[in-house]
Design a protein. Structure first.
Length: 197
């Protein structure tokens, strides 16, 4: 009888510990949810298993040419988000080029000139969006495809820099995913790697 009583108390202890751990995780989840909401975070963008929370950090992403990429947009509770998305030139890596004899800035004051959504084949759906990078894709090819005509580059386009940004906005919150297309490695790196409350 003592053996079965010992086994019963061991099972009871295990169940109590599991219940305590689940309760603690639930409390941490609720506190995190409300802390993020207080910072204005209403959604996150997920790609390759990594999540980027709006209004917190930015992400630097390395993408390979010749591949399509899917990005999921969800609320903190996992629901749908009424969002907008656009692929634009990155103001941090600006340069000058000449189009049909006229000097132009890669990133300027004209929103239409900064928009590269069509070049990347951006397709928005209810809970996700996709972009496609043709094989052999380069920054120079993106500019040539957008503008057509004669393009002359005044500066060398440096390898590995994030010349483009995917800007996702919803309910006054924004997530910026800066990306390069000429690296050999594919991955997502959140910079900095933590969420600060």
């Amino acid at each position: 009888m003592s053996k079965s009583k010992g086994a019963g108390s061991t099972v009871g202890t295990i169940i109590s510990v599991l219940f305590g751990v689940l309760l603690l995780l639930g409390i941490v989840g609720i506190v995190t949810y409300f802390a993020l909401r207080d910072q204005g975070v209403t959604f996150y963008v997920e790609c390759g298993g990594q999540k980027l929370y709006a209004n917190t950090d930015s992400a630097n992403i390395s993408l390979q040419s010749g591949k399509p990429y899917e990005f999921y947009v969800k609320t903190l509770t996992g629901g749908e988000v009424n969002y907008s998305v656009q692929v634009t030139s990155n103001s941090a890596n600006n340069f000058t080029f000449v189009h049909n004899g006229v000097p132009k800035k890669f990133y300027g004051t004209d929103e239409t000139d900064n928009d590269y959504s069509k070049v990347f084949g951006l397709k928005k759906e209810t809970d996700k969006f996709t972009i496609n990078l043709p094989k052999g894709f380069k920054v120079e090819k993106a500019i040539e495809e957008k503008y057509g005509g004669s393009i002359e580059f005044q500066e060398e386009i440096k390898s590995g820099l994030c010349y483009f940004v995917i800007a996702v906005t919803a309910d006054g919150s924004k997530a910026n995913l800066y990306f390069s297309v000429d690296r050999k490695v594919t991955g997502i790196e959140i910079s900095p790697p933590s969420v600060v409350f």
